[in-house]
Design a protein. Structure first.
Length: 287
């Protein structure tokens, strides 16, 4: 008997094409990814143990790869986009080609929120880590882009279209932490950072999203794109939220994830619900 078809949220081919398009756009539009990468490096600085080999998963334009190599690490860069992976390996995060225990550090910025099988990707990542290896990631989380969401609703209403899937599903801190546990990570931690960005208009926001390959990648997209009336309504709704200086504040939530590949000499976590843990505490040297 044939296995039932599995509905996947994202269009893999479109995702690769959008990442290739983003590679041709100025890196200035990827400032959020660079900020998240810098934050990841600061968190890595909290770890006293040395790392020799790393995997930069969803490497993008190579910003984080370069920073890690400057620290003396041997880094393999991987991305689903051919242009981003031109000096590395083209691979999707839930279909990793690496053998078990290949790296002692895996990092990812701005990619895991658009992977089809996130639980599977996290399991792959944990398996590619050597015992006591570290995983650090940053991705967009729940609550991101509320102004854009409202603008899209205004466009749908203006054109009489039903509500459609125009923004990606987003996970929150609790769900992210649970996924780390299910994937088998030790000492898993997830936290949320809210970042506000001020835009002169909706077009500027969409331009940045294109540069981050973060426009609609859903496999099931609305059948009819917006016309002139819808675009005008969306722009007006976005502008209606502007401050007196004419700029609208949009918010992005960045989820920061951390987990260790299990090792016999690691301290055991406290009973679930018995306390709270910070990411900084989880990154302190063990032993």
């Amino acid at each position: 008997m044939a296995s039932p078809a599995i509905d996947l949220p994202f269009d893999r081919a479109l995702r690769r094409l959008r990442r290739d398009r983003a590679a041709r756009i100025s890196p200035d539009s990827r400032f959020l990814f660079r900020r998240a990468a810098d934050e990841l490096l600061e968190r890595l600085d909290l770890v006293a143990r040395p790392f020799a080999s790393a995997l930069d998963l969803g490497c993008g334009d190579g910003y984080l790869t370069g920073k890690l190599r400057a620290r003396g690490l041997e880094v393999v860069a991987a991305d689903s986009g051919e242009r981003f992976a031109k000096e590395g390996i083209q691979s999707e995060e839930d279909r990793l080609p690496f053998a078990e225990a290949s790296f002692d550090l895996v990092v990812s910025v701005g990619a895991l929120d658009t992977v089809n099988d996130l639980p599977g990707a996290l399991i792959h990542i944990r398996r590619t880590l050597r015992p006591d290896g570290l995983f650090l990631a940053a991705l967009a989380g729940a609550g991101s882009l509320p102004r854009l969401r409202a603008a899209l609703r205004a466009a749908e209403e203006a054109e009489g279209q039903p509500a459609g899937a125009r923004l990606h599903p987003q996970i929150d801190v609790r769900a992210a932490g649970d996924l780390l546990v299910r994937a088998g990570f030790a000492l898993p931690v997830a936290d949320d950072e809210a970042i506000d960005v001020r835009y002169s208009g909706l077009i500027s926001l969409v331009s940045d999203l294109r540069g981050m390959a973060a426009t609609n990648l859903l496999a099931e997209r609305p059948l009819r794109p917006f016309g002139r009336i819808g675009h005008a309504a969306a722009a007006a709704a976005f502008a209606a939220e502007a401050a007196p200086d004419g700029r609208t504040t949009e918010r992005v939530h960045i989820l920061h994830l951390s987990g260790w590949a299990p090792s016999p000499d690691q301290p055991q976590p406290a009973r679930r619900g018995s306390g709270t843990a910070s990411l900084a505490d989880s990154l302190k040297p063990k032993g």
